[in-house]
Design a protein around this ligand. Structure first.
Ligand code: EPU
Length: 441
């Protein structure tokens, strides 16, 4: 039974949304918890399928985990790791779990982790991860679909990344915390999630400087210097950007709480240029409204602090009814315009050539039966459906559940007409996704 959602468009959204912890930060913090012996506790953990999969990966390595639904926290006791192998069955379900590679190499000097392979949005190679580990003295072989990394000892080195890859920066940081001497990552990713990982590791006893800039220096420490910690995950900037788009799309007005507004500076400036009104209410809340027809916009996705690729599809949904022609260029992934054919079903006028899309604004979109092909493309269809005339259904929403906590509940709280139903029983509306159950821990 696949789960779908049905959205009646055209409702102006109003009210407050509270943003959950960042998926792309917490998954890496969970891997980082493997470095210290003892029990670490992470707060502000979103209830998402990806978090469940990561818990399974961590359990497979022998760490003990627990989840407190009320407190939104997880504990990871990594006192004893009994395996260095992360199986294909788990890594193939979520490529972000590949980050245990760096943590295992750091802690155990050995890791056997399934190669994640490509995914719907692109090839997503891991060559920089592997080259980075090799530079630290690891011998890396790829055999039977697994990356087998083994080191007698790890020694710090200078590592230059051809692209400021988020995952490669994270894997190298995790592996080098316990290396001898200093590791310098040049052209490092600068995303807020990288800073969060560095803050987490430093709180544990690591010595990392420069996170958030293009050069990160990791001075190796000893295993006994690392202690388990309690830590609160940063807010999810992509979830925040999605709700910002929803208020703008419906000409609504709302407050987005529990965010770090400076993580969204580029996106905010583009939405403002389109005609949205975005005000800082306090250090962790903004008010977003929009009264007029949007103006067309030009966007090129770039590594942070540029326009985030994860919000490109939301901007495209907005551009479909903006006044004029928008040009959207996706420069990170080869195949991140999966929303285009679905938006066309709703009447959008989009001409795509390779990684460029020309979006000619139409007067309005109309509801249609849509399919989510991946997480962010799926989320953009929700934005489009909210602004469309009539009813839309979106299937394959398990993609969306990977990254948005309690999505239909949150949208309903701000006035959207959204219901979840199962494919063969349109009358059964689930009350909650309930992704994390005790049995899954
Ligand atoms: N790349 C390589 N070789 C490598 C590593 C990356 O060629 O060894 C390329 C990739 O193929 C891609 C580009 O570099 O074209 C950027 O990839 P990066 O490594 O920065 O991305 P990632 O770590 O795999 C994370 C997020 C993505 C987000 C990107 C960019 C997680 C779990 N995922 O992916 O989030 O789009 O950074 O910001 O942190 C999402 O949440 O929907 C999502 C896809």
């Amino acid at each position: 039974m696949t789960q779908n959602i049905r959205i009646v468009g055209g409702k102006q959204l109003k009210g407050e949304v509270s943003i959950s912890g960042a998926k792309n930060a917490v998954l890496k913090l969970m891997a980082a918890a493997l470095l210290a012996k003892g029990e670490s506790k992470i707060y502000n953990v979103p209830e998402l399928t990806d978090v469940v999969i990561m818990l399974d990966v961590i359990k497979q390595l022998g760490a003990k985990t627990s989840y407190d639904k009320e407190e939104k926290s997880i504990t990871i006791d990594a006192t004893n790791l009994t395996s260095v192998k992360a199986s294909y069955e788990l890594v193939s379900r979520m490529r972000a779990s590949f980050v245990v590679l760096g943590a295992l190499v750091g802690r155990c000097k050995e890791a056997i982790v399934a190669m994640p392979g490509g995914c719907a949005i692109g090839e997503r190679k891991v060559d920089f991860h592997i080259r980075g580990l090799e530079a630290l003295g690891t011998n890396v072989k790829i055999e039977n679909g697994y990356v087998h990394a083994k080191a007698r000892k790890l020694v710090g080195n200078d590592i230059y990344l051809d692209i400021p890859s988020v995952g490669a920066t994270e894997n190298i940081m995790l592996a080098s915390v316990l290396a001898e001497g200093a590791t310098r990552i040049q052209n490092a990713a600068q995303e807020p999630e990288i800073i969060d990982l560095a803050n987490f590791l430093n709180a544990m006893g690591a010595d990392i400087i420069g996170a958030g800039t293009s050069e990160i220096v990791i001075n190796g420490v000893k295993q006994d210097d690392l202690k388990p910690i309690e830590y609160t995950t940063i807010p999810d900037r992509i979830e925040a950007g999605t709700y910002m788009a929803a208020f703008v799309a419906t000409r609504g007005k709302g407050i987005i709480k529990n965010i770090f507004p400076n993580h969204l500076t580029f996106y905010t400036s583009k939405l403002s240029k389109m005609g949205a009104d975005i005000k800082l209410i306090d250090p962790t809340s903004i008010e977003v409204s929009c009264k007029k027809r949007l103006e067309a916009i030009n966007i090129i996705t770039q590594p942070y602090p540029g326009f985030p690729t994860d919000l490109q599809s939301m901007a495209m949904a907005l551009a479909t009814t903006a006044d004029g022609v928008s040009i959207i260029t996706e420069s990170l992934y080869e195949n991140r315009f999966m929303q285009v054919p679905e938006l066309r079903k709703m009447g959008a006028d989009i001409h795509q050539e390779r990684n460029h899309a020309l979006v000619k604004g139409v007067k309005n979109l109309t509801g249609a039966n849509l399919r989510a092909s991946d997480l962010r493309a799926g989320a953009s269809l929700i934005i489009a459906a909210l602004m469309a005339n009539g009813v839309s259904t979106i299937d394959n929403i398990y993609h969306i559940d990977r990254g948005y906590e309690l999505i239909e509940e949150k949208f309903r709280m701000i006035g959207a007409d959204v219901v979840r139903f199962e494919q063969d029983d349109t009358a059964t509306i689930s009350q909650s996704k309930g992704n994390l159950s005790e049995s899954q821990l």
